[in-house]
Design a protein around this ligand. Sequence first.
Ligand code: ZN
Length: 311
Amino acid sequence: MSTLKKTVKISGHGIHSGAPVNMVVRPYDKYGIYFKRTDIENSVPVCATYDNVGETKMRNTTIGDISGAHVQTVEHLMAALFMAGVDSALIEIDGAETPILDGSAAEFYKDFVRAGVTGGKIKKIVVRRPVVAYAAEIRRNMNVFSRIKWWIINTVSGRKSNGYVKLEPNDGKSLDIIATLIYPEKIIGAQTYSYSFNGTKKSISVFESNIARARTFGKYSEWEYLKKHGMARGANENNVIALNNAGDGTLNKTIWPDEFVRHKIIDAIGDMYTSGGFVVGKLTSFKGSHALNNLVLKKLFSDSANYDIIE
Ligand SMILES: [Zn+2]
């Protein structure tokens, strides 16, 4: 078990709700990352594991049942906890969504590293057999309402959905992520980025310098639609890379031309951490999504021959 040496307080606002939110990340003596809503009376801490991931509202990962004491957009925070080596924490939060901060994992990560981490290494979940999750499966499992919403968003954005996320065995030492994005917008186009984490200082410093600061992104013309439907209300040019309407540029500056796909690496790291451990295997994310990351973990854990747990 490994936890923070001291409590970390982080405040900001939710990217979807736009509401202010205060979060207190406490050292914890129980294994797992637990979220507790302090604005809901008698709410019970919910562990941030793949089987507690609620309806993934299009573009984030939600812990808990959306109709109950849930917390949305946990992925960047989860990635930061994983990279900082924290496997046990109690996160008290007074709203339904983590603060978006600058839209990346950098601020969370810096705060956790600054607080210090004590204890051993995160337990390993070693992939033994390949598992694949396809976008078509997600669509099939949606209710009619979600399917219509999905269709509208994809029609508006012009995206085709033939994505998949695959987990397969590798050298047994690292999480090797290869992410590919394909967007009709020229400024993104086709981008691929790879990152390997094996617990060494070197792999951590690659995350710090090349990935942690990559921000989430959105098309400026979609904001109005999303805002009307209760999403992206807290999105602004300080926390989202805003694509212009022509799709050939951005309204704010990007850190790297491929910042878009680098951000997908953060999402993948955060989502893989809902496994409850360090997933050791090769992760191929082709036009991936939070829903696909969740489905691939469900498939992995559906058969104990698919993985080994090494404490
Ligand atoms: Zn993200």
